[in-house]
Design a protein around this ligand. Sequence first.
Ligand code: TMP
Length: 254
Amino acid sequence: MTSKKNSERNLKLFNFPKDGKSSKNILSKGLFITFEGGEGSGKSTQCKRLVNKLVDEGINSILIHEPGNTALGEQVRKWVKSKSIQSPLAETYLFCAARAELCKSVIVPALNKGVTVIVDRFIHSTLAYQGYGKGVDLEIIKNLNKITTNELVPDLTILLDIDPNISNTRINKSINIELDSLEKSNKNKRENQEGNKYESMNNNFHNKVRNGYLEMANNNRSSWSIVGGHQSESRVADSIWKRVKRLIENYKVT
Ligand code: TMP
């Protein structure tokens, strides 16, 4: 039940227009923009910045995060973070199940109402992590992706590319800051620190994930944008906005 509450709360944050109307929506259709990248690439921060900027520009938008935003998605997130699943194929099915639910209950209804949807991770995460990273057959994942999304593809995918050596340093820094503040507030470190099993995997894995992303992006330059995640937060946000603005221009109602 908590998970359902969480998913509803997350959606409310971003002004999902229940009646499908808005006093100011300047686009003729809802755009579907996905963010991809390795651990510590700054994706989540950039997603938030982008959705806020879009709303400021008069574009009805929501931000969602995979896996999550549905009761099933929240459950899958817990399973995956619990580090108990051994089979990469089992993981693939779980991510796909969560995605099917998210498409049906959130993404497609929002797009049908003309709402722009920003997703922090989508189909390419499964290809990068379970496929390139863990060796699940890419064709199997591509087929599952098609079935689970009913062939919904993003208008634009933004890849925040970063060398795993740099992102590791970032992650370690933020863990240290988190631990410091936990110590100060006398909370139990283990209970409160959310474990991420991918963050603790070795650089060989993260390099495979990174190279997989780069291969997909370089094979589809028209629908992907590669942004250097090592740059400052505002520089990254500027590059993303430049690319998104070009996309928006094609759908502006004059
Ligand atoms: P995060 O996006 O909050 O970092 O956590 C989600 C983790 O799940 C991240 O390590 C990437 C991983 N993941 C996959 O391995 N495959 C997927 O299809 C998705 C959506 C996420």
